[in-house]
Write a protein that binds this ligand. Structure first.
Ligand SMILES: O=C(O)c1ccccc1NCC(=O)[C@H](O)[C@H](O)COP(=O)(O)O
Length: 209
């Protein structure tokens, strides 16, 4: 098994290059103003220039206006949209692009329900629930709530770091892992050593699997 790695919440071109250089399969840009990791469209255009062929650029949105998503899509070469709010399946599909839906996991049955509701998604990202945040909480959740049967790729997020990602990959066997806070020095500022350690851990545990 080879688990993919997405590094999310990048705000600096040098962090994008570092993530790519360390072997990230995908990088994420947050288009959600209240987030400390938020980037403007101009900013994202510059970040996307650091993304080479065969690495995916993912745009993350939280309950956006359709016009805003379309504006981003017209300027930033994104490979995937990631919806982190309460977007309906119809809304997620409406841009004619590949998309991922994030679910903030709180209770049993929620992930199974999301698999059924969000048919056509390129993946379901499961993240921690928090009362006051849509994501990027730095918190993990009860992985026991993740079902073994998955009709689409499952992306595990929430509180991952080089210290727990090997355990996460071994126990959950996700298609991909997604990390933000666990590879940061401060909000939005990534730490190259932490990115490198994180990706090495994923590759190490996948080799021994
Ligand atoms: O990063 C944010 O600030 C953010 C704000 C609103 C919605 C989603 C957000 N981030 C999503 C991610 O970066 C990841 O998908 C995921 O939540 C992992 O974050 P972390 O627990 O910090 O590793």
């Amino acid at each position: 098994m080879s688990t993919r790695v997405k590094i999310c919440g990048l705000t600096r071109p040098e962090d994008v290059s570092a993530a790519v250089g360390c072997g990230a399969d995908a990088v994420g840009f947050v288009f959600f103003e209240p987030s400390p990791r938020s980037v403007t469209v101009d900013h994202a255009v510059a970040l996307a220039r650091e993304v080479p062929a065969f690495v995916s650029a993912v745009g993350l949105f939280v309950n956006p206006q359709p016009d805003f998503v379309n504006e981003v899509l017209s300027r930033v070469p994104l490979d995937l949209l990631q919806f982190h709010g309460d977007e309906s399946p119809e809304f997620c599909r409406s841009f004619g692009r590949r998309w991922i839906k994030a679910v903030r996991v709180r209770e049993e049955g929620q992930i199974e329900q999301a698999f059924s509701d969000y048919k056509g998604a390129s993946g379901l990202l499961v993240d921690a629930w928090a009362p006051d945040k849509f994501g990027g909480t730095g918190q993990s959740f009860n992985w026991g709530l993740i079902p073994a049967r998955r009709p689409m790729p499952l992306i595990l997020a929430g509180g991952l770091s080089s210290a727990n990602v090997a355990d996460a990959v071994t126990r959950v066997k996700p298609w991909a892992v997604d990390v933000s806070g666990g590879v940061e020095r401060s909000k939005g500022i990534k730490d190259i050593q932490k990115i490198s350690d994180f990706i090495k851990e994923v590759h190490r545990v996948c080799k021994t699997d």
